[in-house]
Design a binder for this molecule. Structure first.
Ligand SMILES: N[C@@H](CCC(=O)N[C@@H](CS)C(=O)NCC(=O)O)C(=O)O
Length: 207
């Protein structure tokens, strides 16, 4: 049985949403970030560090397999449930574009959001540099311009069906909205459209 470890308002929502889309059986375990190691469900507790050495979320455990990167987790879920269409049955070119977009979300789009998050709450206080907030917004705007060239025109990121990159994009735009980054109307609409999917709404309830 798949077990997902997560924390509200974090990248673990990507995995929870994908699991709900997939129809796979799973169990969800909440861990607490930024709490003392002695707290039993703390991400710093040795029990959790045994599955995720960085004490981060998400983590997916399936038998002997332990995955600690959200994008790898999405691919694993998609491949475990091919009928979900999270990875469409597609040509080499389409697969390559899906991989490209997944890498782009991690390396370019979410990077300024996470940098800001680190300097807002995740780093030790003495390491935080609030002056970087404006730079993060500048970098995010640059990434959005590049993104315009990577997406198809239609309802979905690539092709004519919902896929794992739509989850990645919608969750990352949701993150940008929470952090009050400027987001063009079309990307707010994309977030709202995908967040109204039944699987996403179920995941929101569970989270
Ligand atoms: N590259 C990892 C990043 C995981 C990560 O940094 N997760 C954050 C939450 S979204 C975390 O656990 N941070 C620990 C903390 O804030 O103390 C992934 O995509 O899964």
């Amino acid at each position: 049985m798949i077990r997902l470890y997560g924390f509200q308002q974090s990248r673990s929502f990507r995995a929870l949403w994908a699991l709900e889309e997939s129809g796979l059986e799973y169990e969800y375990t909440r861990v607490k970030l930024r709490t003392d190691a002695e707290v039993p469900d703390s991400a710093k507790n040795p029990k959790y560090l045994a599955v995720n050495a960085q004490g981060k979320v998400p983590t997916l455990v399936d038998g002997e397999l332990k995955l600690t990167e959200s994008v790898a987790i999405l691919y694993y879920i998609a491949r475990s449930a091919p009928e979900s269409g999270l990875l469409p049955n597609a040509s080499m070119d389409v697969y390559a574009r899906i991989d490209e977009l997944a890498c782009f979300v991690l390396a370019e789009l979410e990077q300024p959001l996470w940098s800001q998050g680190k300097h807002m709450f995740a780093l030790p206080e003495e390491r935080r540099i609030p002056q970087m907030f404006e730079t993060a917004k500048f970098e995010f705007a640059k990434a959005l311009n590049a993104l315009d060239h990577l997406l198809d025109e239609g309802e979905y990121a690539i092709g004519d069906a919902f896929s794992l990159v739509d989850i990645l994009l919608a969750q990352t735009f949701n993150w940008a909205m929470r952090f009050e980054f400027d987001l063009p109307r079309k990307y707010i609409d994309l977030r709202n459209r995908h967040y109204s999917r039944p699987a996403c709404r179920r995941a929101l309830e569970i989270m």
